[in-house]
Design a protein around this ligand. Structure first.
Ligand SMILES: [Zn+2]
Length: 200
């Protein structure tokens, strides 16, 4: 099977984009990597389409453009990274082999995990800010309201860094806050055990 046919029907644009580190929201929207996009305007599903710059195509087109490769090299890269066998004579990975995770991929997955947990925490904090707002001036402040006041702008800053920071900012954030993110996740589970956070 040629590398194009091996990819078509096996790897969606979304799978490819996520594998190479694009952050895709619950609604399937991502910041377009092909123009200067601060707010998600690219829909990523089986194919991708950017409502900002018009970039459009399938997984192979995405990878070709993302890594500046020919379509054929993009198809070969996808086959290699997704462990899909194809015939050209140079590379046939063992059937069904899963690609080994690289350090970069492990980093990206942890980064994405931090992003998910912190976004959820921010939603909870904003809810507390509304629900536990003191009703009158003499009322004692609820601890959740205090926490919301203390943490909201900090968590917003961390999310902003994860979304728009350069690699060194993101790496140091993960080093400094990785542990805290895990604690936050455990705490959110205790507060709201029914919600595992994968509310996509
Ligand atoms: Zn675009």
């Amino acid at each position: 099977m040629c590398p194009f046919d091996a990819i078509r029907g096996n790897v969606t644009s979304r799978q490819a984009a996520e594998y190479y580190g694009l952050k895709i929201g619950r609604n399937g929207m991502a910041c377009c990597p092909f123009h200067n996009d601060r707010h998600p305007s690219m829909k990523v599903d089986n194919r991708f389409h950017c409502f900002g710059c018009g970039a459009d195509g399938d997984a192979i087109d995405f990878v070709a453009r993302y890594f500046n490769l020919s379509l054929k090299d993009a198809a070969i890269k996808l086959c290699t990274d997704f462990g899909i066998a194809y015939d050209t004579g140079h590379y046939v990975p063992p059937a069904r082999a899963k690609p080994a995770k690289t350090d970069a991929q492990i980093f990206k997955e942890f980064e994405y995990y931090c992003y998910r947990v912190l976004s959820r925490y921010l939603r909870v904090l904003r809810q507390w800010e509304r629900e536990y707002e003191p009703r009158d001036a003499d009322a004692e402040w609820h601890p959740y309201f205090c926490e919301a006041l203390k943490e909201i702008s900090h968590i917003e800053y961390l999310l902003d860094t994860l979304m728009y920071g350069d690699i060194s900012d993101r790496a140091s954030l993960i080093t400094d806050y990785g542990k805290k993110v895990k604690q936050v996740e455990r705490r959110l589970k205790l507060i709201n055990p029914g919600n595992n956070g994968d509310d996509n």
